[in-house]
Design a binder for this molecule. Structure first.
Ligand SMILES: Nc1ncnc2c1ncn2[C@@H]1O[C@H](COP(=O)(O)OP(=O)(O)O)[C@@H](O)[C@H]1O
Ligand SMILES: [Mg+2]
Length: 462
């Protein structure tokens, strides 16, 4: 029996089943083959694999169809699909629309091959995930399957029953039964030319450098300090970006767990495929004080409180600090993220401002990356604690701001880059993607935040 990372909802990947037949020999392996691709972001596959905190071997075998044969093959598949489509019952909408979509793709393929002179390839792709013991393999497989599912790659777990089959799967150049048909354009995105290595392991894929189109990775746990600051006007894409960052960090294992302070109630449990909990406003006063000091946290904990309640009820403020501090000390030194959205609403209170400054200085000691989101860099440069936070922040993301924040930016970048046109950055509901300036390690880059439709779907639902 086979289990596949199913197409569709994110929750499907959560229920991904891992079965117990490993090929042993010091290491434990699991094999996956590509079954279907339902998004055109397949070119991101290597970036995603590079971002995983464990190695995944990829085997890609390509055979080119002879030109006459290519047309014949496409014709035959087209005829099969359209008869399937005709015979499928009108009430089975999902199947009908899937077949229709396949027919449209086939049509495009045929046109490219017959009119555009593209070549046609059959490819087979195998991914080999390993672990040094079964439990590690299990967790690596789950992460891998979730990551691939977000990319729109539908994989079939190969249940390796014999040594021969396993060797065949792992041997370079040996073709497999599972074949996927692509034209040369799509093959080019699958086999990108690489002139420069991307980081071998670790880090989160953020997007591409807007000037060079090269992928940009960031590992929050690698700088002198682990913290970040994200600024930009309302609607510039800050929360979208932090949800993406969070989701990718948890899936790749870059961070083990995260706490989100979410005053607007926009972060959803779906951002974490393993385990999450949401503390609503009424839980904050009722539950937090009663939590045992050493109580453990889910992989994602979301604390929701509205900014105006902070004015009315200051005990909530204390409880937010309380739970943040417990989280900071939890997890036996595992890597954690604390994300504070709308951080400027905390700058109104000396208690929270002081606390934020303190954790920006001590977070490394707790293996924790603190990320604050605010509207203006001036929110930070305007107060001594904020300046200290900036100086303890290794990665800074500056999204669109009409007000060009000249002074604040020169504070951050020591005036080396002149004026940043933050007012020109795309981002928001009407743009297909957002861009931001990424300042880290004395380097300033403009990056384009890109994601798959599935990732955007999960972020949108949250
Ligand atoms: N990179 C992106 N790709 C697609 N949509 C985006 C992107 N960034 C932002 N958006 C959309 O723009 C809108 C505003 O983004 P949001 O992150 O909520 O802004 P902010 O937190 O800065 O106020 C959201 O509806 C979001 O879906
Ligand atoms: Mg926001």
């Amino acid at each position: 029996m086979e289990h596949s990372a199913k197409q569709g909802e994110h929750s499907d990947s959560r229920s991904f089943q891992v079965r117990k037949n490993y090929l042993s020999g010091g290491k434990h392996y699991a094999f996956f083959t590509l079954k279907n691709v339902s998004e055109n972001r397949i070119g991101m596959v290597y970036e995603l694999i590079d971002g995983l905190s464990f190695p995944v071997y990829t085997k890609l075998v390509m055979d080119r169809y002879a030109d006459g044969k290519a047309k014949e093959v496409l014709k035959r598949i087209g005829a099969d699909r359209s008869s399937d489509e005709r015979l499928s019952s009108a009430s089975n909408r999902p199947l009908k629309s899937k077949l229709e979509q396949q027919l449209r793709s086939l049509d495009t393929l045929s046109r490219r091959v017959t009119e555009g002179g593209d070549a046609l390839f059959k490819i087979s792709m195998t991914f080999i995930v390993s672990g040094s013991h079964p439990a590690e393999l299990n967790s690596n497989m789950k992460r891998f399957a979730q990551a691939m599912s977000l990319l729109g790659m539908d994989l079939v777990r190969e249940h390796v029953l014999s040594r021969r089959r396993a060797l065949k799967l792992a041997t370079p150049l040996k073709s497999l039964r599972a074949k996927y048909i692509l034209d040369s354009r799509s093959v080019a995105s699958l086999v990108p030319l690489r002139y420069e290595g991307t980081p071998s392991i670790g880090g989160v894929f953020l997007g591409v450098d807007a000037d060079s189109e090269k992928p940009v990775f960031a590992d929050p746990f690698q700088g002198n300090s682990y913290n970040s600051v994200i600024v930009g006007e309302t609607g510039s894409g800050k929360s979208f970006f932090s949800k993406l960052l969070l989701m990718r960090a948890l899936i790749t294992g870059t961070a083990k767990s995260a706490l989100v302070i979410d005053p607007m109630g926009e972060y959803g449990a779906d951002l974490c495929a393993s385990s999450s909990s949401i503390l609503e406003e009424e839980d904050i006063v009722a539950k937090i004080p009663n939590l045992a000091v050493n109580s453990s946290f889910q992989d994602l904990t979301i604390v929701r409180q509205t900014p105006d309640i902070l004015n009315r009820n200051s005990s909530i403020l204390d409880e937010v600090i309380n739970i943040t501090d417990r989280f900071l000390r939890s997890g036996n030194g595992s890597k954690k993220i604390i994300l504070i959205d709308e951080a400027h609403s905390y700058f109104r209170f000396a208690r929270t401002t002081g606390y934020l400054d303190t954790i920006y200085r001590s977070s490394r000691h707790f293996n924790t990356s603190v990320i604050s989101i605010s509207q203006n860099l001036e929110d930070f440069t305007g107060i001594p604690e904020g300046k200290s936070m900036l100086s303890n922040s290794s990665m800074n993301f500056i999204f669109r701001n009409k007000d060009r924040q000249r002074n604040a930016i020169s504070f951050l970048t020591s005036r080396r880059f002149g004026e940043l046109r933050t007012d020109l950055l795309p981002g928001g509901k009407r743009d297909p993607y957002s861009e931001c300036y990424f300042y880290s390690d004395g380097m300033l880059r403009r990056i384009r935040i890109i994601c798959t439709a599935r990732e955007a779907g999960i972020i949108g639902q949250s």
